[in-house]
Design a protein around this ligand. Structure first.
Ligand code: ATP
Ligand code: MG
Length: 389
């Protein structure tokens, strides 16, 4: 029944002269998110975006709910600038709304309309009371608000305001490289980075045959689940060859440090790739104290290999909070599929929770650091992952 969606966006207004770039990016992200679903033009006027539906507003809203930068969406009815037509439209919107108390809120940017805003609200209120005997007016705390806007192009009516993700359009802040494992945490970290405008690329360290082909497919699947939130609805996923490093670490005479050493390798490779691909930050799913490699001491020692900024959006979240987010964004079910990742395969019995830098450096002196990092980078492949649905 609704031929139009009104799309509201928020924080962009804070960005001063960057505003136009932000709006254009939001429009691009919206258009690419709507691909494959029938829809009409998407247009921008006076700080809002209108999208013409094709009788499928619910399907379109479902897509818009994964686009960062959109604060809320309202399905809107349009009528000619004629009181009777507006009253008829108001009845339809009210029929489609829940509640037993209401009020009418009118805005009249188009001053050519003969009635004032209070007069219109009054006329519509009377009309609704006459036609819907179960409804009463409550101007302070109504169950539903009928919004009426009189514009040059016509009268717009709506009552539903559907909350969306908010945040900044993905890509508006810059590019970041997400260290994506097959676990619960890193996809959520990627989601939160995208929420603040980061366009993410994924980097997965793959240790075939220590980890199965299936574990890689799982990560590709997670990337596909993150793609709808990313700029242009797709995500580049780098698969780094980690097998030789795992082999070298297995031979190390410092088994309790293997996770620390592995993480340092990951960051070295990630930092090099970020520099090459002009990403401005690395992003990981670390949460403070969650496992041995995420104590303050471990993070300190692991972090020491690079001066690239590392974003850890989950640092202050409890596991349950992370799980709740993973469920909300749709990655949880895939994350818990039981395929080994490199860390579960190689985790030592007593991983060091307080690794000492001198020891770590001694362990690394046994290894051909440069050569191993170089080889992993040379054998890194790129996959273009598109969203599913
Ligand atoms: P996750 O659920 O994201 O796997 P986790 O609690 O299992 O997290 P760790 O295994 O300690 O934590 O990994 C910490 C972070 O290191 C991950 O969130 C991820 O960013 C990165 N990481 C771990 N393993 C890999 C991998 N194989 N490829 C890419 N990044 C990885
Ligand atoms: Mg993990």
């Amino acid at each position: 029944m609704y031929p139009l969606l009104l799309i509201r966006y928020g924080e962009l207004s804070l960005k001063g002269r960057n505003r136009k770039t932000f709006e254009d990016l939001l429009l691009t992200n919206i258009r690419s998110r709507l691909m494959g679903v029938p829809h009409g033009p998407v247009t921008k006027t006076f700080g809002r975006i209108y999208l013409e539906t094709r009788g499928n507003w619910e399907e379109l809203v479902a897509r818009l709910q994964s686009v960062f930068g959109i604060v809320s969406v309202s399905p809107v009815l349009r009528r000619d600038l004629d009181l009777e037509a507006i009253q008829e439209g108001a009845s339809l919107v009210i029929q489609d709304s829940q509640g037993s108390t209401f009020k009418v809120e009118t805005r009249r940017p188009n001053k050519a309309f003969p009635l004032t805003s209070p007069e219109i609200s009054h006329a519509l209120g009377d009309h609704i009371l006459r036609n819907f005997p179960h409804l009463t007016v409550d101007v302070h705390n109504p169950d539903l608000i009928l919004h009426v806007e009189l514009r040059k192009e016509g009268a717009f009516l709506y009552s539903k305001i559907i909350p969306c993700l908010g945040g900044l359009p993905a890509g508006s802040s810059g590019k970041g490289l997400l260290l994506l494992s097959g676990g619960i945490d890193s996809p959520v970290a990627g989601f939160l980075a995208m929420k603040r405008g980061v366009r993410i690329e994924g980097l997965h360290f793959y240790s075939y045959p220590f980890t199965s082909e299936r574990s890689k497919e799982k990560v590709v699947e997670l990337a596909a689940l993150l793609a709808p939130y990313n700029a242009r609805g797709s995500l580049r996923l780098w698969i780094a060859y980690f097998t030789e490093i795992q082999k070298a670490l297995q031979k190390s005479s410092f088994p309790t440090l293997s996770i620390t050493l592995m993480r340092r390798f990951m960051l070295r490779i990630a930092a090099k790739l970020a520099q090459r691909e002009k990403a401005l930050a690395l992003i990981t799913g670390d949460s403070l104290g969650q496992v041995a490699s995420q104590t303050m001491e471990s993070i300190h020692v692991i972090n020491a290999v690079t001066s690239e900024p590392i974003y850890r959006p989950l640092i202050g979240l409890d596991k349950q909070e992370i799980i709740n987010l993973a469920m909300k964004i749709g990655t949880y079910e895939t994350s818990i599929l039981p395929y080994d990742d490199c860390c579960t395969v190689f985790v030592p019995k007593n991983p060091a929770t307080r690794p000492r830098l001198e020891q770590v450096l001694a362990a690394e002196a046994e290894l051909d650091l440069e050569g191993l990092v170089q080889e992993a980078l040379e054998k890194t492949e790129l996959l273009e992952v598109n969203r599913k649905g």
